[in-house]
Design a protein around this ligand. Sequence first.
Ligand SMILES: [Zn+2]
Ligand SMILES: [Zn+2]
Length: 213
Amino acid sequence: MNIITIPVTAFAQNCRIIICQQSNQAAIIDPGGDVNKLVEQITQLKVTLIAVYLTHGHLDHVAAAKALSELYMIDIIGPHQDDQFWFDALPLQAQMFGLETISPFYPTRWLQHNDSLELGGLCFEVKHCPGHTPGHVIFYERNTAKLIVGDVIFQGSIGRTDFPQGNSVQLLASIQSHILILDDSVEILPGHGSNTTVGIERKTNPFISGQFG
Ligand SMILES: [Zn+2]
Ligand SMILES: [Zn+2]
C-alpha cells in the first residue's frame, strides 16, 4: 500500500490517496476541497481511481467528492446514513465554516458497521464510530495495520463533540471498542495533524488514558 497525504482547505484536512501497488487501483479518502490540486496528484501518480471514501459528512472532508465522482465516474462510498443531515446541510456548513458555497449531494452508497471495501489487493474493514458525528466511520486495513480515523481521534486529542448530534460518551465508547482493541503497532492516520499509533495514544492521550477523568 502506498499512501499520499494532501492537506486541503483552510482546516488542513488530511485528504489521502490510498494506492494498491499490485493493481495500481486507488481510492481517495475525504477529499475536502482543492479539487485541482487533487486531480493534479492523481494524474501525476498515474493510478486508476476507483472510489471516493468518506469518513463523515463535515464539509472539510467532503466538499470535493462530487466533482471527483463526476470527473472519474466513480462512486462516493460512506459514511453511515446517520450523517445524512450533515449532507442536507452542506450549504449551511459552507456558511458556518466560511468555505466556498456548495450544492447538497449524497453518497452513492451509505456504509454499515463491519462492511468491507476491496481496493485491488487491499481490504478495508468499516467500523461505525459515532460521537464526533453520528454517522462517522473509520477504515481499517488489517494486513498493513493502517487505520484511517477521520476526526474520531488525533495525536494527543479526540474529535470535537460540540456540533449538533455530537456525543462525548459515545465518542469515547467508539474509541474503546474499535480503536483501543487493536495492537499497539497499528498506525493511526487522522483527519488533521500528524500520524500516530494505537500504542502511543493508549499511553499518552490525556482524553483516553484517564488523566482528564
Ligand atoms: Zn469533522
Ligand atoms: Zn475535520
